[in-house]
Design a protein around this ligand. Structure first.
Ligand code: GLY
Length: 400
């Protein structure tokens, strides 16, 4: 879809929804929406499975063709993760069989040290597999991966190094890296070494100190001197500018500190998550359908591209943050997440059955500065969409 039509279509969709549902309380329509979307996911992912050769993972669908990656790419855990989440709801045997096949090719990444992304790769896939099945073989993969992650820990920086040193960076840490801490915290909490938790907390505290501005927006990259641990530069790689608020970076920060509060009950992490939520929800550039532009300061707003992946991550994070809030604050988080899920579940975001290469969502952005994955489907948009649907069901639908 041409970018100048998107705000118009989104506004009309929203108006249509409002016209049909005057003053409807959040949640009334969500049970049916969740059921429909999760059954759709099982059917649509059969198309994605057919489009994906057995030895690789899906990555996107561009110009009418599937784009795949080998399992070393940072997104390799999301496809199997989405299959497991979908299976959790539908109990569809074909979804289970495909999930198991994909774990078999992914398992070797438990030794992945090429970057910080082992949490995305292994926890979202094997972690869900273990949670759903209780199979100890899956837990063993998670435990090994958590140990592997510590190899990138730099004691002088009190952080896990994200990307390798290069002509551009000395020892970079990106805000996204908070997401990989879930692997360490979970492993520590489930029989692992206390050192895993210590590393995760050190990293979270260093990021809290160095990545955020006074308005709770975050820089994308902080480049450290690995000898002294001093932050040297605060810049962007995937955002619109060094001082801008790249939408997915804000989403990772929100999700990250909410998750950190779950494991630690440290009020500083909760305060940080609440601050980031306020930055996002109060932002003048957050559209009415609540799916962010790819950067809150993107040039060309309101004609800038949206990022459905940022919307899905934020929706999932707000639903967890709602668990730690009360009254009007909780209502705001949950109702905003419901608005996001309604938006993502409809055109122009949700694809039609058989379209979009078998991905669920359209209109995500990988990296505009690199001209990579611009306005396309992405595995992680689908993953957090499905996770948010399940979270809404678990925490906010009446039981029974
Ligand atoms: N961690 C990479 C991204 O969010 O694009």
């Amino acid at each position: 879809m041409k970018r100048f039509w998107m705000p118009l279509v989104a506004a009309l969709t929203l108006l249509g929804a409002c016209a049909q549902q005057p003053r409807r309380a959040a949640g009334d329509d969500m049970a049916a929406l969740i059921d429909t979307q999760l059954h759709f996911a099982a059917r649509q992912y059969q198309v994605l499975a057919r489009n994906t050769p057995p030895d690789v993972m899906p990555r996107s669908f561009e110009k009418g063709k599937p784009v795949t990656s080998d399992t070393r790419w940072w997104t390799s855990g999301f496809y199997p993760g989405t299959l497991w989440l979908t299976y959790e709801y539908t109990r569809d045997p074909a979804t289970l069989a495909e999930a198991e096949r994909r774990l078999a090719i992914l398992e070797k990444e438990k030794h992945h040290t090429g970057d910080h992304d082992i949490g995305f790769m292994i926890f979202n896939s094997f972690g869900n597999a273990y949670r759903i099945t209780g199979d100890a073989r899956y837990k063993a993969v998670v435990d090994t991966a958590a140990q592997t992650a510590t190899q990138r820990y730099r004691p002088a920086m009190k952080s896990i190094q994200s990307w390798n040193s290069s002509s551009r960076f000395q020892s970079p840490v990106i805000v996204d890296n908070l997401m990989n801490l879930e692997l360490l915290l979970w492993a520590a909490q489930n029989g692992g070494d206390a050192k895993l938790r210590e590393i995760a907390i050190n990293h979270a505290d260093t990021t809290l100190r160095n990545h955020f501005r006074s308005d709770y927006s975050s820089y994308h990259v902080v480049d450290y001197d690995p000898e002294t641990g001093e932050p040297k530069r605060k810049i962007t790689a995937q955002g619109a500018a060094d001082e801008s608020a790249w939408a997915r970076g804000q989403a990772w920060g929100l999700y990250g500190y909410t998750m950190l509060y779950r494991f630690t009950r440290d009020p500083r992490y909760l305060a940080q998550a609440r601050g980031i939520a306020s930055f996002i929800l109060d932002h003048r550039n957050l559209p009415a359908d609540k799916i962010p532009y790819w950067d809150f300061d993107a040039p060309g707003i309101p004609d800038a591209l949206r990022d459905a992946s940022a919307g899905a991550i934020i929706a999932s994070a707000l639903l967890e943050l709602g668990q730690y809030a009360e009254g009007s604050e909780r209502t705001r988080y949950v109702e905003t997440a419901a608005t996001m899920l309604r938006s993502l579940a409809a055109p122009p975001y949700r694809a039609a059955l058989g379209d979009n290469g078998g991905f669920l969502l359209q209109h995500s952005v990988g990296s505009i500065p690199h001209g990579s994955e611009v306005d396309v489907p992405l595995t992680y948009a689908d993953y957090y969409f499905v996770e948010a649907l399940l979270r809404y069901r678990r925490w906010y639908l009446p039981k029974g």
